[in-house]
Design a protein around this ligand. Structure first.
Ligand SMILES: O=C1NC(=O)NC(C(=O)O)N1
Length: 313
């Protein structure tokens, strides 16, 4: 019968499912709950050098088809998460170390955080968040191709541990082409497509109002709304990047079918955000059973048999 075993960056995972950074991973309690869940892997909330309160509430709202958020990178500070992952490594020597997400407020802060990781005993995978849409006054870094290339060339002059980047959605083949041509210049371990679709707006009919406080109600959109965009970005980079750069698929994964579609488009690991927020960590058990059922119905015993094999017409 179907096995969900997944190899990613030379490490074996029981299944490809993990949380999306930012969801259920702000505190040690939440991280421990992920560790004890059926998730194959897990990742910390993107951290900044100093602790951040984040944006004023309400800053997350659940909608019939997904979610809108403008959290503003609230986090306990870089050291809190580095201490956690190093402690985790000591306590669980045989397990895969959690992924570590960073989102510096500037190029220099990103370099400082990554140097600290490089110089530490951390032996896991690092995710550089280039795509938070919710810090007022800060554009999504990966929409500026020059700055992205400058940052990555500085990073890879010293960073030698596995590093992936969390990308915003792109919506034009010219942007897929330009982004991929830049990313292919670097020894990246993976790209994670996508972060929330930035600066959407949800309106409440009854109150005739927005539903979140920051930025006059504009926020990152997640859930069912974004799956076609997420699949397009997974496929767009899968077909453009060197095969050594893997893909993490994020966006609109609410069922085993959504997971199967991301894998078919070329994803290796799968991150769950909105659905995890709504359902809690039991979502992972449901998703892996639903994916197994689909694979069994189709006669697949491993994900390798169909990963990336989306047909064109
Ligand atoms: O990268 C991010 N994406 C989001 O959708 N929200 C968070 C945040 O606002 O902190 N960050």
């Amino acid at each position: 019968s179907a096995s969900l075993r997944t190899e990613f960056l030379g490490r074996q995972y029981e299944n490809p499912f993990m949380n999306a950074s930012g969801v259920h991973c702000l505190t040690i309690d939440e991280l421990e709950e992920l560790s004890n869940s059926k998730a194959g892997a897990f990742i910390t909330k993107s951290s900044t050098e100093v602790e951040r309160e984040g944006n004023p509430e309400p800053r997350y709202y659940s909608t019939p088809l997904g979610s809108i958020n403008s959290m503003g990178l609230p986090n306990r500070g870089f050291k809190y998460y580095l201490d956690y992952v190093l402690d985790y490594q000591d306590k669980h020597p045989a397990a895969n170390t959690p992924f570590f997400s960073v989102a510096g407020m500037s190029i220099d802060e990103n370099l400082k955080l990554l140097r600290a990781i490089q110089d530490s005993a951390f032996d896991g995978v690092t995710e550089l968040n280039l795509s938070c849409p919710n810090v007022p006054g800060k554009p999504q870094l990966a929409y500026d191709f020059e700055v992205t290339e400058e940052l990555l060339s500085k990073v890879f002059s010293f960073f030698k541990k596995p590093l992936g980047v969390k990308l915003p959605p792109y919506f034009d083949f010219a942007h897929f082409d330009t982004a991929a041509s830049i990313l292919n210049k670097f020894p990246l371990a993976y790209v994670n497509c996508i972060n929330s679709v930035g600066n959407g707006l949800y309106v409440d009919l009854e109150t005739e109002s927005v539903v979140i406080k920051p930025k006059n109600g504009f926020g990152g959109i997640g859930g069912e709304y974004v799956k076609p965009t997420a699949l397009a970005n997974v496929r767009g980079f899968y077909t453009r990047l060197n095969s050594s750069i893997k893909i993490i698929g994020t966006g609109g994964i609410r069922t085993g079918q959504d997971a199967f579609e991301h894998l078919l488009c070329g994803a290796t690991m799968l991150q769950v955000g909105t659905e995890l927020y709504e359902e809690g960590v039991s979502v992972f058990e449901r998703l892996l059973h639903e994916l197994e059922d689909i694979m069994n119905k189709k006669g697949y015993t491993s994900i390798d048999e169909f990963r990336g094999k989306l047909s064109s017409l």
